[in-house]
Write a protein that binds this ligand. Structure first.
Ligand code: NAD
Length: 480
């Protein structure tokens, strides 16, 4: 096995205080692909100290100076596309084509915030009394603790650290345990980009201990989190003790609504994109497919055809469209949702099984699955499945489908396919979701706001909205 990789604190590559290590496994083959140092609260405290010390000078650089470092990083990440994509695919199974897209998305974030760093404007506001002037300043919130999941191990990091650094904050990042290798490679590029020591730090280790340090340490001002709603709530509760700022990108349960007048071929491709990309392991993945009666049979037929053609395999192979699930636990949850639906009357129109023949036996593969005759009491209709399974529910009436689509504690993404312009607007306004894809199965762009209503989160990533999350607003009143 390769040497144990280290974490990055105050500009140095260091081992965990505990001396513990963790090995990283490829979910396509079960092979060990690397080992990393595995720390705890002590390492997090050291990293927070470093970030706190670096904040004074980093926040006082001009925006143009900070921007230069981000541009450097943009170039380095873009040029490392294939290498980073290979690491992502090896540690979490993502098909290479998608992994390359993810890396370019991350690079785009570094470039976009390199530009946006220069556009943090304050305001002057007319006073209501003659002897006072009102000035509004935007200032960085301070040290940020960022926690990211495994499903987009490079881009989730970029979406947090790029705006934070642009705003003038310093950062301690804790990546997911299953995907530390791509974070480490990204930090090697961060080092190469020349960021001053302590500005960006990487701590790998026990989630609870590091999360607790983020909560308790008064030198850390903000927690930025992407992950499950359960952990998000724990962090929000903890952050409340010191009224720390939080941004939360949490779980989803997206409805995908196909009306009678939709372009069915486009809707099938949109559904495939929104449900089966990343093996169904995205927060904005379709979880409930609603199809209007008039086209339900035709749509089902086309979708089954598409799923039969889908190529499932090792993410590192060129023609793979759907890779393995990230680990055995994730696969078990998906199979449990399928079994529960079958037991309650669901009908398998495609797939439904773990793949175990030949090479598949070594990994955590599930067939792309379509379940029809789905009812509201099934787990799949209520909980995030996080896998390549889609439940189909028929509907007749527009009002009824809006009600059903909104009947969830989540509110991240929703999708609608229709050719009726008036309906497009009505649906966009009525769906209680932070992101609505109208005839679009992949509604994400660097400059657009990304985030959820309800228990899907608080705050937005992307665009100038993402930068706002790392800025405090200060009112200065001048007596003249
Ligand atoms: P998770 O909540 O288990 O883990 C996410 C991160 O939190 C990991 O780094 C993990 O180590 C860390 N963590 C776990 N317990 C912690 C604790 N007690 N204190 C501090 N940190 C802790 O989620 P996951 O299963 O890795 O990721 C999948 C979830 O993430 C899904 O619910 C998905 O919808 C959500 N997600 C949301 C978005 C979004 O933008 N809204 C994007 C991607 C994923």
């Amino acid at each position: 096995m390769d040497q144990v990789k280290q974490m990055y604190i105050n500009g140095e590559w260091v081992a965990a205080e505990s001396g513990e290590t963790l090995s990283v496994t490829n979910p396509a083959t079960g092979e060990t692909v690397g080992a990393v140092t595995f720390g705890d609260n002590r390492d997090a405290a050291k990293a927070i100290d470093a970030a706190h010390a670096a904040f004074a000078s980093w926040s006082r650089l001009t925006a143009r100076e900070r921007s230069k470092y981000l541009y450097n990083l943009y170039e380095l990440v873009r040029n490392s596309r294939d290498e980073l994509a290979g690491i992502i695919s090896a540690e979490m199974g993502k098909p290479l084509r998608e992994a390359k897209g993810e890396v370019l998305g991350a690079a785009d974030n570094f470039m976009w915030y390199a530009e946006e760093a220069k556009r943090v404007y304050g305001e002057t506001i007319p006073s209501s009394v003659p002897n006072k002037r009102i000035m509004v300043l935007r200032q960085p919130v301070g040290v940020v603790g960022a926690i990211t999941p495994w499903n987009f191990p490079v881009n989730m990091v970029a979406r947090k650290i790029a705006p934070a650094l642009a705003a003038g904050c310093t950062v301690v990042l804790k990546p997911a345990e299953s995907t530390p290798l791509s974070a480490i490679r990204l930090f090697e590029l961060i080092e190469q980009a020349g960021f001053p020591k302590g500005v960006v730090n990487l701590v790998i280790g026990k989630p609870e201990a590091i999360g607790q340090e983020f909560i308790d340490n008064p030198k850390l001002s903000k927690i930025g989190f992407t992950g499950s709603t359960r952990v998000g709530k724990l962090l929000m509760e903890g952050a409340a003790k010191q009224v720390k700022r939080v941004s939360m990108e949490l779980g989803g349960h997206a409805p995908f609504i196909v009306f009678d007048d939709a372009d069915l071929d486009a809707a099938v491709e949109g559904l495939f994109e929104s449900k089966f990309r990343n093996s169904g392991q995205m927060c904005i993945c379709t979880n409930r497919l609603y199809v209007q009666e008039g086209v339900a049979d035709a749509f089902t037929e086309k979708l089954v055809e598409r799923l039969k053609k889908a190529k499932v395999g090792d993410g590192r192979l060129k023609d793979t469209e759907i890779g393995p699930l990230v680990n055995e636990r994730a696969l078990a949850k998906v199979l449990e949702h399928i079994d529960d639906a079958k037991a309650k009357g669901g009908v398998l129109a495609a797939g439904g099984n773990r793949l175990v023949e030949g090479d598949y036996a070594r990994g955590f593969y599930c067939e792309p699955t379509l379940i029809t005759d789905v009812t509201g009491d099934m787990k799949i209709a209520n909980e995030e499945t996080f896998g390549p399974v889609v439940p189909l529910i028929r509907f007749s009436d527009e009002k009824e489908v809006v009600k059903q689509a909104n009947d969830t504690r989540y509110g991240l993404a929703a999708y609608v396919y229709t050719r009726d312009n008036a309906r497009c607007f009505q649906m966009a306004e009525q769906l209680e979701y932070g992101i609505v894809g109208i005839n679009d199965g992949s509604p994400t762009q660097t400059q657009a706001p990304f985030g959820g209503f309800k228990e899907s989160g608080i705050g937005r990533e992307g665009g100038h909205f993402g930068l706002d999350e790392y800025l405090e607003t200060k009112f200065v009143s001048f007596g003249v």
